[in-house]
Design a protein around this ligand. Structure first.
Ligand code: ZN
Ligand code: ZN
Length: 433
């Protein structure tokens, strides 16, 4: 029996054998049954360039190392099977070569040792990496679970309490800038938009954001009905109750942030008054729906599109950046831990008007920022995530400013301000206590 000397020849030879298993381990298709090309037994993978069982792998290695020469006791054309493979070593070895096994693939003892050393070294490196991997301290983990619990206790994602609010009324005028945007769009435009981009990925929605008046028309649903009362803001009572309810929940959340209750009452109030709307905007992201740009809070009655908010007196000056904010925040795909940390960091901003103990609040906020950064590192999230989250806090500041402006305008009109709740009046009111 002569073995081909060159690997190339061996490969070419093995290619001529139709039953040989070709290809490397990389190309191996998982769906192909793993059968030993020599004896038909269950194969364990590619050995010395061919798919074989452990038995034939060992047989080939031993034969090559011993430089064994075998002679077939029969006529040199035995069919090798799992059961008879021990009967004729000559034909078994011939079969090995036919299916492409090559002695050049057998490692020398030295190579085997080198390979073992390498594996050992990799294991050691991995262990070292594992040991030096950033970990959250017990204290940090405790803070995170407290915040998660605080949020779960104050955010009911069944939205069942919404039934207790004054009911939503979706009629009457939308504000000037919203109806103007709507009238710019023809019906055909609307149906086009709904067929090709409603159900698409957030990216396609993003494209639409480029042209906001288009977007608005797309997502606003029914056209406004004829006005009954030109000054009426039909959604105001319901949304005022919703905001009032949300403020209560934000207060509940704040009280459970470690360190918040230890602040003076004045500082607690100052922080809550200035950040409440920002926290509401943040937490509302949980119900925000990228597919139709609405806040979807359970039943269709409690699905709020842009128009609904304009029917509570807000204009596109606020709603356009607000929806963009919601879209971008949603796309960060924050997990619950990141979401609650961001809210707590936002709430404990020392640079709010009326804050007395600036240093103490800053220390609390720094601690939370550090936890967030460590959390992001430990969970191997994007390196940019922290920066993007902090950018969201800057966005919230300008949304807050615009909201205050529009709120002030509304609150100066008695027919509207009487629809608000005492809590809304107090928290959004401009007097600094
Ligand atoms: Zn075999
Ligand atoms: Zn034989």
């Amino acid at each position: 029996l002569s073995l081909p000397a060159s690997p190339l020849l061996a490969v070419m030879e093995s290619m001529a054998v139709s039953t040989s298993v070709m290809g490397s381990a990389d190309e191996f298709d998982r769906n192909v049954p793993r059968i030993c090309g020599v004896c038909g037994d269950k194969a364990t993978g590619f050995h010395f360039n061919a798919m074989t069982c452990e038995g034939c792998k060992g047989f080939f290695r031993r034969s090559m190392k011993r430089k064994a020469t075998f002679t077939c006791p029969f006529n040199g054309s035995c069919t090798i099977t799992k059961d008879n493979r021990r009967h004729c070593q000559a034909c078994r070895l011939k079969r090995c070569v036919e299916i492409g096994m090559m002695k050049e693939f057998i490692l020398t003892d030295e190579e085997v040792q080198r390979k073992k050393d390498l594996i050992m070294k990799r294991k050691e490196e991995e262990a070292l990496r594992e040991a030096s991997r950033p970990r959250l301290s017990e204290e940090q983990s405790r803070v995170i679970s407290m915040l998660v619990e605080a949020h779960r206790k104050t955010y009911d994602d069944s939205y069942s309490d919404f039934k207790q609010f004054r009911p939503p009324v979706r009629e009457g005028p939308v504000t000037r800038s919203a109806s103007r945007a709507a009238s710019l769009n023809s019906l055909s435009n609307l149906s086009d938009a709904s067929s090709d981009s409603f159900s698409q990925s957030p990216e396609s929605v993003d494209m639409k954001l480029m042209n906001f008046s288009n977007l608005l028309a797309m997502y606003q649903g029914n056209s406004p009905e004829p006005q009954k009362d030109p000054t009426g803001l039909s959604m105001l009572p319901h949304l005022a109750d919703l905001v009032s309810y949300s403020i209560q929940k934000v207060i509940g959340f704040a009280k459970m942030i470690p360190g918040f209750r230890d602040l003076t009452a004045d500082d607690q109030i100052a922080l809550l008054k200035s950040s409440a709307i920002e926290i509401i905007m943040l937490r509302s992201n949980q119900s925000f729906n990228l597919e139709d740009m609405s806040w979807t809070c359970g039943s269709p009655d409690f699905k709020y599109c842009i128009n609904d908010v304009t029917r509570a007196g807000h204009t596109m000056e606020l709603l356009e950046p607000l929806v963009k904010f919601q879209v971008n925040l949603k796309k960060l795909n924050l997990d619950e831990e990141e979401h609650v940390l961001l809210m707590a960091i936002c709430l404990l901003s020392p640079d709010r008007p009326g804050v007395q103990d600036h240093a103490r609040i800053e220390a609390l906020q720094d601690k939370l920022s550090e936890i967030l950064q460590d959390y992001i590192r430990v969970h191997r999230r994007s390196r940019l995530l922290y920066a993007k989250m902090i950018q969201k806090l800057a966005d919230l500041r300008s949304l807050n400013e615009e909201h205050s402006k529009q709120y002030r305008c509304l609150s100066f009109q008695p027919e509207h301000s009487t629809q608000l709740t005492p809590l809304v009046l107090e928290v959004f009111g401009s007097e600094v206590s």
